[in-house]
Design a protein around this ligand. Structure first.
Ligand code: FES
Length: 81
């Protein structure tokens, strides 16, 4: 899976960097470095709702440092296992 994290200006201000760091940690914990290709992306066009990521063709909005782990486990993990 390709996981793109928006680092456009709006998402950047809402904490993209912390979300990326959190994702790196969780991906490493689950040993998914080969399955998940983590990338930064320009604006994904969903600026209003927290940090946006695109998991292959699905947009997931509203990530923050606090909820990234839960969202990963709930929405991304089932798709890469
Ligand atoms: S800045 Fe992230 S979706 Fe636009």
């Amino acid at each position: 899976m390709t996981l793109k994290v928006c680092v456009g200006s709006s998402c950047h201000l809402k904490g993209s960097y912390a979300v990326i760091e959190e994702l790196k940690k969780v991906i490493a914990e689950y040993g998914l470095e080969k399955q998940v290709n983590l990338q930064a992306s320009f604006c994904l066009g969903h600026c209003s709702a927290g940090v946006t990521v695109k998991a292959d063709d699905e947009y997931i909005e509203g990530l923050s440092e606090q909820n990234t782990r839960d969202i990963f486990v709930e929405k991304i993990l089932p798709r890469v296992r």
